[in-house]
Design a protein around this ligand. Structure first.
Ligand code: GUN
Ligand code: FE
Length: 435
């Protein structure tokens, strides 16, 4: 069904692909029938739309949709369950619950709630780990499809060091992945993608990692996994892959690094391995909320950015306790300050709220290889955007008008900003009451 030209009028803030920021207090976003942005800029002088949505109250903002570059859908009900650091938490909290996803009804309920909650919080694109179960993973795709969200999703590949009911043979893992990729990759003109998802080197044999690397290369698929998240995890992984010189080398040998790969956490990466990541153009998902909640450590965001690595933000639910990317922006800023405190000799300025917005949108799109399509509000891109307002629970702060102050108000509110509406390819996928 053809839609008309839609014009959204209000204050627009967006990072720009060429650097800098669009901030128009009386801005216009013009979206065509194909869901593409025809114009983003000042309202005066803008081509007229057939339908105009006025979104002009003083607290209102039009922002690009948020991009969560690393998250676990089946862990959505497990948020805020601290049970010690990573390996204990996986064993005692995560794996027992993920084992229950042989139950298709549970898988559907959780996936439906997960994607609905993400859209409600303003996340329009996600890179998602499912469980090891093929049926639950297909259900996860199906619920993403129905919700309208943009997603990369993969079955968590596990063939060792996990409970028996989560451990599949290499053959079964590969057969499941092949069938899922055939069914779901590029569905709805690429809105959904199959992402090759070896869970982490601690639960994948050398052979399974190699097979994943081969499959991704032959089929030109994206790859996601975990890298160097926790000190005890490093020891455990090294003990299982003693042929490799380090954690990064395990993935390099398996052919899993490259421009279509995103690795989560990457806290404990020696300088030589940073070069390997940068030379292969491997992207990182920075998950500061999870890194703190699971007591994993503090990632050297600035140092990595200076190396030219592509880095987005990941909620890592349920390592992180919320899907809100506004919270993740705040955590990214605060964790950079913590890093400075720990390394006064090489202090770098913490990200501004504006830089945090870029991390949660355009940088996330770059990390997922989607920046030609989404991540900012610019003519020619697909129209993934939010209408949102600063939370009302606090009296408004004085003089909030500059871009930085306005975004800082959003990032540092005690409750998340209120998402009034979320659009993907110009289609409304979430609406809070009437506009
Ligand atoms: N490493 C392997 N699996 C997981 C997981 O589910 N969450 C996190 N944070 N790290 C992991
Ligand atoms: Fe994770």
């Amino acid at each position: 069904m053809a839609r008309n030209l839609q014009l959204y009028r209000g204050r627009i803030i967006s990072p720009l692909a060429g650097g800098g920021t669009l901030d128009e207090s009386d801005g216009a976003l013009l979206v065509n029938a194909a869901g593409r942005i025809e114009y983003a800029g000042p309202y005066p002088g803008c081509p007229t739309g057939d339908e105009i949505v006025e979104y002009r109250n003083p607290d209102a903002l039009i922002l690009p949709g948020m991009i969560d570059t690393h998250v676990h859908a089946p862990q959505f009900p497990l948020r805020a369950q601290w049970s010690g650091e990573l390996l204990n938490w996986l064993e005692n909290v995560v794996f027992p619950f993920e084992a229950r996803f042989s139950d298709a009804d549970l898988a559907r309920r959780v996936a439906r709630d997960f994607f609905a909650a993400a859209l409600k919080q303003g996340t329009t694109t996600m890179a998602v780990f499912s469980t090891v179960h093929a049926e639950a993973t297909s259900i996860c795709f199906d619920e993403a499809f129905k919700s309208g969200i943009r997603a990369l999703i993969g079955k968590s590949m596990i063939d060792m060091c996990a409970p028996p009911d989560l451990t599949h043979s290499d053959k079964q893992n590969m057969a499941d992945m092949e069938a899922l990729a055939r069914q779901w990759h590029k569905v709805d003109n690429g809105r959904l993608q199959y992402c090759v998802t070896p869970r982490y080197a601690g639960s994948c044999s050398r052979r399974l990692l190699r097979d994943c690397g081969d499959f991704a290369r032959v089929n030109n698929l994206p790859v996601q996994s975990h890298l160097a998240e926790n000190r005890a995890e490093l020891d455990f992984v090294h003990s299982r892959h003693s042929y490799a010189s380090g954690y990064t080398d395990i993935y390099a040998r398996a052919g899993l690094l490259g421009e279509r790969t995103i690795m989560a956490h990457a806290i404990y990466v020696p300088d030589a391995d940073l070069d390997v990541l940068a030379d292969s153009d491997t992207a990182l998902a920075h998950c500061p909320c999870s890194n703190r909640f699971l007591q994993s450590g503090v990632m050297a965001l600035r140092k990595y950015q200076e190396r030219g690595l592509r880095i987005g933000l990941g909620s890592d639910v349920a390592g992180g306790w919320t899907l809100s990317m506004f919270n993740e922006m705040r955590e990214a800023i605060e964790s950079a300050k913590t890093w400075n405190f720990m390394h006064p000799e090489s202090e770098r300025p913490a990200p501004t709220a504006l830089e945090a917005l870029r991390l949660a949108t355009l940088d996330g799109a770059r990390a997922l290889g989607l920046d030609g399509t989404i991540g900012s509000l610019e003519a020619g891109k697909e129209a993934d955007f939010l209408l949102c307002t600063a939370p009302k629970e606090e009296s408004r702060r004085e003089g909030v008008d500059s871009t930085e102050k306005k975004l800082s108000e959003l990032v540092y509110s005690t409750t998340a900003p209120s998402i009034q509406a979320a659009y993907i390819r110009g289609a409304c996928v979430f609406l809070q009451g009437a506009l």
